[in-house]
Structures are given as structure tokens and as C-alpha cells.
Design a protein around this ligand. Structure first.
Ligand code: GRF
Length: 197
């Protein structure tokens, strides 16, 4: 039986699209729900256009009450009975208790060569540090922000004149290759890291 995948996003959802487009044919998983904390997130429309169920829990009315927001999110997620949860540009920090519920079943993509540059503004920080390489990482979600076991990584050289924008534009298409490859392996029960060149 196919693994059921739910995806959480906050923005345009290009990684979500790459994941969902990959889940066809003999792929061991299928998308069952795409959810957002922003009812206006562009990714929701893209998912709906692909015929995938969508939903949203707007975090704003919860006014910083993370537990209450997550309880509402969790209720909708659980109704979809996902086996795997993929964070794909989901911009809310999740509480340890929410994360614990999904531990061993949740993935995230992060635009840096973890363990470097957890959190935000990763490309700017890599440039500021004078790094010669940047990239992206898919990792398991644990209670430590961007700190779970690494399941896949892709590196790119930083070029003279790079800006956070040029780096992001070079790395995003590689995210779209990396995340589906990791998800496929993960859904097959294989946690050996994927290394793309
Ligand atoms: C990506 O850069 C991802 O690495 C980060 O958020 C961005 C999401 O982009 N976590 P998109 O919504 O998938 O286009």
C-alpha cells in the first residue's frame, strides 16, 4: 500500500510541486493533503490545480498561542492519516510536542549545508562568512530546529559576485531534485543519505 504524504508550506510551494509531481507510477507514496498556515499561500492553489486536497489554519488569529494553533493544525492533519509529513517552506517554528508526535516520520528542506546556518537568511550568512560553497539539505525533523539527521545534501560553488538572490536562484532547482529523491528513499524505508552533484 502507498505511503500517505502530507505537506506543510507557507509560500509559493515550488518544492511541494516537485514532491507531488514525483509521486506517480511505482513511487511508494502519494500526496494526500497540502496544508498551510496562510490561507493565501500560492502553494495551496498549485496543489488544488494538481487535484490534491488542501486546507489551511491561519496562525494569525491564535496571536502567538502556538499550542492552540498546532492543535488546530494537528486535528486536520490527523484526519488525512499521513504516514509521512513533509515540511516544504513551512515558516512556523513547531513546538517540541508537535515535533515529537511526528518524529521518525517528518522531513524538512533547508537552504544551507547543515549543520551550517540553521534558521533564516542562510544564503546571506554563507556569503558574509566568505564560504566557497553553499547548498541545501533535507533532514529529519527533530525538536532541535534544523538539527535532525541529514538525509540528503547538494552543494554548489559560490561564485564571485553572488548575492543571496543569485544563490537562491541557483540552489532552488537543486532543491527540487534533492527533496523528491530523498522522499522516495525515505518512503521505501531507506535512510541512507542522498548526495547530488
Ligand atoms: C525553499 O528555499 C526551502 O529550502 C525553504 O523555503 C523555500 C521554500 O520555497 N525551506 P517553495 O515554497 O518550495 O518555493
Amino acid at each position: 500500500m502507498s505511503k500517505r504524504v502530507a505537506i506543510l508550506l507557507s509560500g509559493g510551494g515550488s518544492n511541494m510541486v516537485a514532491l507531488c509531481q514525483s509521486m506517480t507510477g511505482d513511487h511508494p507514496a502519494r500526496p494526500v493533503l497540502v496544508m498551510s498556515n496562510d490561507p493565501a499561500a500560492g502553494g495551496l492553489q498549485k496543489a488544488a490545480d494538481m487535484g490534491i486536497a488542501t486546507d489551511a489554519v491561519d496562525h494569525r488569529p491564535f496571536k502567538g498561542d502556538r499550542e492552540a494553533f498546532e492543535a488546530a493544525l494537528m486535528e486536520k492533519l490527523l484526519a488525512a492519516k499521513p504516514d509521512i509529513l513533509c515540511l516544504a517552506g513551512f515558516m512556523r517554528v513547531l513546538t517540541p510536542s508537535f515535533v515529537r508526535h511526528w518524529e521518525g516520520r517528518a522531513l524538512n528542506i533547508h537552504p544551507s549545508l547543515l549543520p551550517k546556518y540553521k534558521g533564516l537568511n542562510t544564503h546571506a550568512r554563507a556569503l558574509e562568512a566568505g564560504d566557497t560553497e553553499a547548498g541545501c539539505t533535507v533532514h529529519e525533523v527533530t525538536a532541535e530546529l534544523d538539527g535532525g539527521p541529514i538525509l540528503g545534501q547538494v552543494r554548489v560553488p559560490i561564485l564571485t559576485g553572488d548575492t543571496p538572490e543569485t544563490l537562491a536562484a541557483r540552489i532552488l532547482p537543486l532543491e527540487h531534485q534533492l527533496y523528491p529523491q530523498v522522499l522516495r528513499r525515505y518512503a521505501d524505508g531507506d535512510r541512507a543519505p542522498v548526495v547530488l552533484r
